[in-house]
Ligand binder design. Structure first.
Ligand code: PRX
Length: 684
């Protein structure tokens, strides 16, 4: 077996797929759906590309209309709606005031049920966003194009701060609240953010989490990396009651509660931004250790978020919509904040976790707010199915529509979602997409297409996916072979580039299949998503998982290289290798294999330190399931660590033929350690 053959990924060998039966949307759903006309697929066909996407852009208010729909002159850095100008905060707030100022824009649901839900109207959102924009402009001296890092949890202040940035054309970079100070610092340094937003603390699962200290550490780490954050602006979870144990540092930290007193009722004109101006950065993991800053645009991104929220999320003005993602990820950006607000929805921001104080919490929230559109990830569905299978039936809520996103969903879990959470009435859209893509890529259209459990469905309108083999040959629908899912054409929601790294953008996403790097024709630049997929004869795509070094843990995307480089900060370690292990609820978990430098001994204490190091450098979500201290890594003759063999061992799978390895004997030794043998005690 050659080295290349030995590296076949898990997803490439996982095609033992049984097609599921279709489920159909109900008459009741179809009667009210935003899209029921099948001609939408003709309108968005490749023949009508790129003009078709003006249908989405027309959902917005533009200050100046574009002169060019798609400019490909700097391929593959696509430019959408060139010449057009607009403001995102105006589109998400101001334009709704005339008719809907009293409507709730955001329902903020606190972690504790003893704290009342806050209903923030569009008028109030307008006032609060303007005041924060005034702080950004007049107190911080920021202007369009500057970057600001937001290390904030799920409270209303997060979308308010994002929209205030957008009002001025300031580029925000939201870092997931659960990420470590070091992850926050890396992103602040990479984006050269002058200002960092934080909060004194927040609640999660009944616990107070002191958050401000993370900003102190992030500040110090940034400084060591040569970047000085000028100001740290600190929100207070209970306005006027600063509750963090870490004091505000003079001339660096400022309480937003105090600063805002000087900006009460100040109005800030929305800055008319070119469609192509960056709106935000969202860092995500990739093949190399360093997360990449996906740069999203103003006009293209918002058009796509608005269009897909209306057509695929089926949001109507009278709906109450709850997406239980974190705004710190792309799902929250597109489908809690920008998409829903741009079409004047009422969107829920939930501080807590799905199972606190008990497994009925989500359904009490749904009942209290009369939510009818629900959006979550398979990991949450699996968890709720495990801990509270009978809970949904106890509550009187009615969903018309439900979304699943972030990981492949097992058909059995899909059916439970449909029957039990959806009470057999709600349609489901399984939406496949990525941080890079701004919005959905594969999904059914809820009022038109039948659903198929476990399949994301066909391309979204205007998205033309296909599956290519390693040599660039198309694998046809129904062939039953897995390959790399790619998109034939650009679309407005796609990120513009990797912040400050054009080469990485081109190489990672277009390098494999572009045949002519000088071409200005989009047809020569298929987008490589980084997932393996199979396409069935009905054109439905089933996503199998990542083809690169990314592990999807509870829907969170973690780079194996990031975890490995964090582990290697422990000085005793020589090598580290991370592999995904299947987990009943989380989907996958990372197993971390490490070998030691000569002269060091394996111990429980060392394994614990390695685990802590990973949590400190990245965040608790990256905590390895186990740290296995092995005498040596299984390696090819050229010295490459065989992660596939380690993965097979962790998952009790078949390690395949290992005789061509440089050290085949190590495989059995590691197997005994991991899979159990009286002679060897595993190190936790
Ligand atoms: O592997 C795919 C998986 O999540 C990856 C993207 O992760 P991220 O950039 O964090 O964005 C998550 C939210 C869009 C993809 O490359 N993924 C996402 N949605 C699905 C999915 N896998 C299967 N089915 C999905 N619906």
């Amino acid at each position: 077996m050659s080295e290349k053959e030995m590296e076949v990924s898990e997803s490439q060998i996982a095609v033992h797929w049984q097609e599921e039966d279709y489920y159909y949307p109900s008459e009741e759903f179809i009667a009210q759906a935003n899209v029921t006309d099948k001609s939408i697929y003709d309108r968005f066909s490749l023949e009508n590309f790129p003009d078709c996407f003006t249908e989405y852009a027309d959902l917005l208010d533009w200050d100046e209309k574009w002169h060019t729909i798609l400019d490909t002159s700097d391929a593959p850095l696509w430019k959408w709606f060139v010449g057009g100008k607009l403001n995102v905060s105006y589109n998400c707030i101001d334009r709704h005031l005339a008719k809907n100022k009293n409507k709730t824009a955001l329902h903020f649901v606190p972690d504790s049920e003893d704290e009342r839900i806050q209903h923030i109207t569009y008028q109030e959102l307008y006032t609060r966003v303007n005041e924060v924009a005034a702080v950004l402009r007049d107190f911080c001296g920021l202007k369009a194009g500057d970057r600001v890092t937001l290390h904030l949890p799920m409270t209303a202040e997060l979308p308010i701060t994002m929209l205030a940035c957008a009002r001025l054309g300031i580029i925000h970079s939201v870092v997931f609240g659960g990420f470590s100070p070091s992850a926050c610092a890396d992103r602040a340094v990479d984006s050269q953010s002058r200002v960092l937003f934080t909060i004194d603390g927040y609640y999660r699962g009944g616990r107070w989490i002191d958050h401000k200290k993370n900003a102190d550490e992030a500040y110090e780490i940034s400084r060591k990396e040569g970047h000085e954050i000028e100001k740290i602006l600190v929100w207070e979870r209970h306005s006027g009651e600063y509750k963090s144990s870490s004091p505000l540092k003079e001339n660096r930290d400022y309480s937003m509660n105090e600063v805002l007193k000087n900006y009460r009722r100040v109005k800030v004109d929305p800055v008319s931004m070119p469609a192509e101006a960056p709106l935000f950065l969202m860092y995500t993991s990739g093949t190399t250790g360093k997360p990449k800053g996906c740069q999203h645009s103003t006009g293209g991104y918002l058009s796509y978020a608005a269009g897909t929220s209306k057509y695929i999320q089926d949001i109507h003005p009278e709906d109450v919509y709850w997406c239980m993602a974190d705004i710190g990820w792309i799902t929250g950006h597109s489908y809690i904040v920008y998409g829903p607000l741009s079409i004047c929805a009422s969107s829920v921001v939930y501080e807590g976790i799905p199972n606190y104080p008990d497994a009925g919490r989500c359904w009490r929230i749904a009942e209290e707010l009369d939510i009818n559109i629900f959006h979550t990830a398979p990991t949450v569905i699996r968890a709720l199915r495990k801990i509270g299978p009978d809970e949904p039936a106890k509550y009187n809520y009615n969903f018309k529509h439900m979304t699943t996103v972030g990981e492949p969903i097992e058909p059995a879990v899909w059916k439970w979602y449909y029957e039990t959470i959806g009470k057999g009435k709600a349609v489901i859209v399984d939406t496949w997409w990525q941080t890079e893509t701004g919005g959905f890529l594969c999904t059914t259209l809820p009022g038109i297409s039948p659903m198929k459990p476990g399949s994301a469905g066909p391309g979204a309108p205007g998205i033309h996916p296909f599956v290519l083999d390693e040599d660039g040959k198309e694998i046809m629908p129904g062939e039953g072979k897995a390959g790399n899912i790619c998109i034939k054409n650009p679309w407005p929601g796609a990120f513009q580039t990797v912040w400050g790294n054009r080469e990485r953008y081109i190489e990672s996403y277009y390098g494999q299949y572009c045949k002519d790097r000088n071409s200005k024709d989009w047809r020569d630049w298929p987008y490589l998503a980084g997932d393996a997929a199979v396409v069935a004869s009905d054109g439905y795509f089933r996503i199998l998982g990542r083809i690169d070094d990314v592990i999807n843990v509870s829907g969170h995307r973690l780079g194996t290289k990031e975890i490995e480089s964090a582990a290697l900060n422990v000085q005793e370690l020589a090598e580290a290798a991370v592999v995904p292990v299947a987990h009943e609820v989380k989907g996958k978990e990372p197993d971390l294999y490490v070998s030691l430098k000569p002269g060091f001994e394996a111990s429980d204490d060392l394994a614990k330190r390695v685990s802590e190091q990973v949590c400190n450098d990245i965040g608790k979500i990256a905590r390895p399931r186990k740290v296995w201290i092995v005498p040596d890594m299984p390696k090819t003759r050229s010295g490459k660590i065989m992660r596939r063999v380690l993965g097979a061992i962790s998952n009790f799978g078949d390690v395949g033929n290992v005789m061509t390895l440089a050290n085949p004997e190590i495989v059995d030794e590691i197997k005994k350690m991991v899979q159990g043998d009286d002679d060897v005690t595993p190190v936790t």
